[in-house]
Design a protein around this ligand. Structure first.
Ligand SMILES: [Zn+2]
Length: 240
């Protein structure tokens, strides 16, 4: 299978579906980890340098599970639903030809998350259109869109769960690649990660992963919902 995961910011995919992507990679799927925005939002620093650091962090994280990174480089905090942006999403979907797309739920907290979700759904449909002007062939397959957890899992009731207990250390290793996001102020190349019991990302991941795991009697799990729409529904399970 080919899995295209699209997250608004570097670290989103790791936090909300990193374990699932690790399990997909382990079963032999081709995994694409697409980061939509350039990460200029934080930490504080010179923009070009921050963007280069965020891109390198995303690439390092994808390498942990052997996924292919896809860097869109759109402005962090400046993402809009418009035709040129939707075209970029269409081209990525057509180029990757996924069997499953994973992205943010539509009602997540951050405008970049909400806009990414909307752009993915719109582009997934346009990617099917036969005569749409594109460098790539139409993506005619029935391709489900799975919504990963919103920030802190608020208001989200999963329909499917993935047991990620066996790949939990990989998920944490992916999160650890995004060390710039734990820096309190200005970018500091000498910054070292806090110990695991004081690492905020580890705390968030463990809290949500444990809670979802409780629902399915496993140590750690990740939850998903699916877009209920024409061309998006299949009769078999795609997640690991
Ligand atoms: Zn985000």
């Amino acid at each position: 299978m080919r899995i295209l995961a699209i997250g608004a910011h570097g670290d989103d995919l790791e936090m909300f579906c990193g374990g699932t992507l690790a399990r997909c990679a382990e079963r032999g799927d081709r995994v694409f980890m697409c980061v939509v925005t350039d990460g200029r939002g934080r930490p504080k620093g010179e923009l070009e340098q921050i963007i280069a650091i965020r891109k390198a962090e995303a690439e390092a994280s994808a390498a942990v599970i052997g996924a292919q990174p896809v860097w869109m480089g759109l402005p962090d905090g400046g993402l809009w639903v418009d035709e040129p942006t939707r075209h970029l999403f269409v081209e990525i979907i057509r180029e990757c030809q996924p069997d499953l797309i994973i992205t943010h739920p539509a009602d997540d907290y951050h405008p970049d998350h909400k806009t990414t979700s909307r752009l993915v759904m719109d582009a997934a449909q346009i990617a099917r259109t036969a005569n749409y002007p594109s460098r790539f062939p139409p993506h005619r397959a029935v391709v489900p869109v799975a919504f990963m957890e919103p920030e802190r899992g608020i208001g989200f009731i999963p329909e499917e769960y993935v047991d990620v207990s066996s790949v939990w250390e990989k998920k944490l290793a992916m999160l650890d690649c995004h060390r710039s996001q734990l820096m309190p102020g200005t970018y500091d190349p000498a910054f070292t990660l806090p110990p695991p019991d004081q690492n905020l990302f580890h705390h968030y991941a463990a809290a949500l992963g444990t809670f979802r795991g409780l629902a399915v009697n496993t140590r750690f799990a990740e939850g998903f919902r699916f877009w209920q729409a024409a061309n998006r529904i299949v009769t078999h399970r795609l997640l690991p």
